[in-house]
Design a binder for this molecule. Sequence first.
Ligand SMILES: Nc1nc2c(c(=O)[nH]1)N[C@H]1C(S)=C(S)[C@@H](COP(=O)(O)O)O[C@H]1N2
Ligand SMILES: [Mo]
Length: 422
Amino acid sequence: MRDDVEAREEAPIHDATPDVASPERRRLLAGAGIAAMSAAVGATIPFATNLPEGFVPAAFAAEGDVEGKDGLTVLNDRPMNAETPAHLLDDAITPTSRHFIRNNGLPPDSVDAAAWTVEIGGHVSTPATYTIDDLKKNFEVVTMALVIECGGNGRAFFDPPASGNQWTVGAVACSEWTGVRLKDVLEKAGPASDVVYTAHYGADGHLSGDASKVVISRGVPIAKALTDDALIAFEMNGAPLHPMNGAPLRLVIPGYPGSCSQKWLTRIDLREVVHDGPKMTGDAYRVPNRPVAPGEEVAKEDFVIIERMPVKSLVTNPANGAELAERTVEARGHAWVGDRTVAKVEVSIDFGATWMDAALDDPVNSGAWQNWRAEVVFPQAGYYEIWARATDSEGVSQPHAIAWNPKGYVNNSMHRVGVRVA
Ligand SMILES: Nc1nc2c(c(=O)[nH]1)N[C@H]1C(S)=C(S)[C@@H](COP(=O)(O)O)O[C@H]1N2
Ligand SMILES: [Mo]
């Protein structure tokens, strides 16, 4: 991995051009002739001969042209961060092409899946190192649909705004992950009796290019790591992981902030103290220990680590802004909650004055989102909003208003979709 990091340092740093194609595609397009470039943008390029050598048509940025991804909205290209518009999350299982990307650093340039290893260490009696093949041979291989949601999903709606990626609603997905249970691997290593926390490490490079710097290293309470639905995954939707989603090996820990699901996983340590790696301390992935007023200053010692994610839902059909020719539409989407189940989803088309129950599926397994649908009938032509509100198994519902916090985390306020009915 060291070599990769050094090679990256020498590579030209992106400037402010909005080109976001993958490195391979960039090289291809940059070297392409006028005809190939025209074909790629789908139009003749009258001034093509003026395009400086190595420039890639900027149109690709608008399309979020990351190899193997489709229709994502790119928020930032260094590091790459891209979310999925809600209506493209309509599938019960999120296709890899629609799984959001949240990078804090630079993914490894090239990975050798056959040679990849993950080390299990720290306070254990039997430290171990496994290749992906070793994992498959030594532990039961399971496939589960699991939700990953970024702790900052919904930050764009904060007022006053919170700095960080301005995610709207699409930094969430529920793909089908294949791997081994984190629990099985940790138990085999023999955790010491004083272990309280995990510590996760990955192979991505720091934005500064400093190979000694760790990009992000988070962990979870040991009890969470020992649940049945936390996986060390090597497949996503029946294929190797996408390079931007952690290939060839990652953690998937549903129900906690996505940051706990380390990508490009190389090491897990068990610790006798709460982990203090980069992005575990200060106010990173933390919220105040009490409700605060929008804009209120909060002392560092009053922040607590975000653990279980709150109940939430998405309307994935119809699309926001849709023009509907019919008075009837199937509203549908997903609902999820950390470490609980969703008990009820309700839908309103009159700005919350009245609600109707949606049909709600059970999760296909623990850690998966639940699909819901409701036939909605609009009384007359006009503008409507479809609101969805989920309630979890402890009776806790999504709020109307954002529980404001300084870093813009865990916004689980209701999703609203506006439609015009003819
Ligand atoms: N090594 C590594 N793992 C990581 C990250 C990262 O930057 N580096 N980002 C985390 C964050 S903040 C989130 S929300 C999820 C996103 O997973 P995805 O990019 O596959 O959607 O990965 C997590 N794992
Ligand atoms: Mo995240």
